[in-house]
Design a protein around this ligand. Structure first.
Ligand code: C2E
Ligand code: CA
Ligand code: CA
Length: 435
């Protein structure tokens, strides 16, 4: 069996073969771990003190590892894995928890300075571990995953230990967890709607509010809709959640309109999953009926991709909504990579220009050209144009100069809770705010 000339330890190939043999005979009664360890900044020792000195350091180190971990008789094996890398097999574990303990032992053993030619050398290492069978059942896979873990330790700032974590399994677990919590969120009353004002660009009076969903999880910090809405869509939960959103927004909208001097539009985001779900059109009708909101004051926002997907079914649903007097808007216009023909085919009232274009208005001639062309096109199709993400006075100026109808963004207000929105409604403040 080949061994390394300098340290006398099994070299990479020998280590791999011994590991494979051990895995072969192991019946998974106990876990088996592979630890890879890379000496931090070893190149610096070599460069400044010479290669012979570097070799002596490696010899000292291999002896110390051997002394710390014990020999092959205990089911443990140390190998020289590469230039400044060592591999350790732990074949005598009772529990996975013993791996962390062994790794800590290694880091502690290394913390003692090495004495080479009467010189004290301080070294640290980045240590990664993978455990069979969970992280792999072959020598190949275990070593690869231990290496991934070792790089993670290096990235964490060296002198550190990391277990391999399967990126797939963690994201799946996270999603599953999220899904379970989402399922209970409605009954636990964890959702809230915030309202962001939409303002007439020239007059700077209120046109309406867009309802934006928030999830207050009892166990954690805020979970933004961009994180949980996709999971809700994938699992179909969005249908139930969306119905709650619609009902709550319509209820609030009706209350505002009872008090307001001029009509206030309420805009609600609708997922393509909802639009496709059976009974969506009738559930909207029922909600309008129950809450008393005038259908003409409700606008449903659907993303470009959501409109174009499933054309035939969507078209039917949209027409049925339109017949009831409900307004329809295309959300995030310009991000969907779709042909424009749908704009004349579908019964749409409003076009919302995505924030990414608004952002570049005053700095990027291309964005400015896209926006002015979009406004002209929309007006040609008899649609209202809303620009999203307006944050600066210059952007507002450009938009109103170019006949954009309505604007929405932090320049006017962030999304407000219902009480704050109501308060501002009574005081009529809708100009740019110094938020
Ligand atoms: P969206 O429909 O494009 O909503 C606009 C998002 O931009 C909101 O984020 C809003 O807070 C943010 N925003 C508004 N003004 C500005 C600004 O001036 N600058 C910047 N940087 N951002 C601004 P939010 O509330 O986090 O919502 C994110 C997305 O989640 C929404 O994007 C929408 O797609 C989805 N969403 C929110 N509520 C619902 C809902 O009830 N149902 C469904 N299906 N989706 C929802
Ligand atoms: Ca929206
Ligand atoms: Ca949008």
């Amino acid at each position: 069996m080949s061994s390394d000339e300098i340290t006398g330890l099994p070299d990479r190939r020998a280590f791999r073969r011994l590991l494979a043999a051990r895995l072969e005979s192991q019946k998974w009664a106990n876990p088996l771990a592979v630890i890879l360890l890379d000496i931090d900044r070893f190149k610096k020792i070599n460069d400044s003190l010479g290669h012979d000195f570097g070799d002596r350091v490696l010899i000292e180190l291999s002896q110390r590892l051997g002394a710390t971990l014990g020999g092959p008789s205990s089911g443990r094996l140390v190998g020289r894995y590469g230039g400044d890398e060592f591999a350790v097999m732990l074949g005598d574990l009772n529990r996975v928890g013993d791996v962390a303990q062994a790794a800590r032992q290694i880091l502690t053993a290394l913390a003692e300075p090495l004495v080479v030619e009467q010189r004290e050398i301080f070294i640290t290492a980045s240590v990664g571990a993978a455990v069979a069978p969970a992280d792999g059942e072959t020598a190949e896979l275990l070593l690869r995953n231990a290496e991934t873990a070792m790089y993670a330790a290096k990235k964490a700032g060296r002198d550190a230990f990391r277990f391999y974590t399967d990126p797939m399994s963690t994201s799946v677990v996270r999603k599953f967890d999220l899904e379970n919590k989402l399922r209970r969120a409605i009954e636990r009353d964890e959702f809230e709607l915030l309202y962001q004002p939409i303002v007439h660009a020239r007059r700077q009076t209120l046109a309406g509010f867009e309802a934006l969903l928030r999830w207050h999880r009892d166990d954690e910090q805020e979970c933004p809709p961009d994180d949980f809405v996709p999971v809700a869509e994938e699992t179909g939960l969005i249908v139930e959640i969306g119905e709650w959103v619609l009902r709550e927004a319509c209820r609030q909208g009706h209350e505002w309109n009872r008090q307001a001097a001029s009509p206030i539009r309420v805009t609600v985001n609708i997922s393509h999953r909802q639009l496709r779900s059976r009974g969506f059109v009738s559930s909207v009708a029922r909600i309008l009926d129950d809450t008393g909101l005038d259908a003409r004051l409700l606008e449903l926002e659907i993303t470009e991709g959501g409109v174009v997907r499933n054309e035939r079914e969507t078209l039917t649903a949209l027409h049925q909504l339109k017949v009831q007097g409900i307004r329809l808007a295309v959300d995030d216009f310009g991000t969907g990579h779709s042909a424009l023909s749908y704009l004349k085919k579908f019964p749409l009232n409003t076009l919302k220009i995505d924030q990414s274009f608004t952002r570049g208005i005053t700095t990027d001639a291309g964005d400015a050209a896209i926006i002015t062309a979009t406004i002209n096109m929309a007006h040609g199709l008899n649609m209202t144009v809303v620009a999203e993400g307006v944050e600066l006075e210059e952007q507002l100026y450009f938009l109103s100069q170019n006949h954009c109808d309505e604007v929405q963004g932090f320049l006017f207000a962030h999304a407000l809770d219902a009480a704050e929105a109501t308060r501002r409604l009574q005081t009529h403040i809708w100009g740019p705010s110094p938020e």
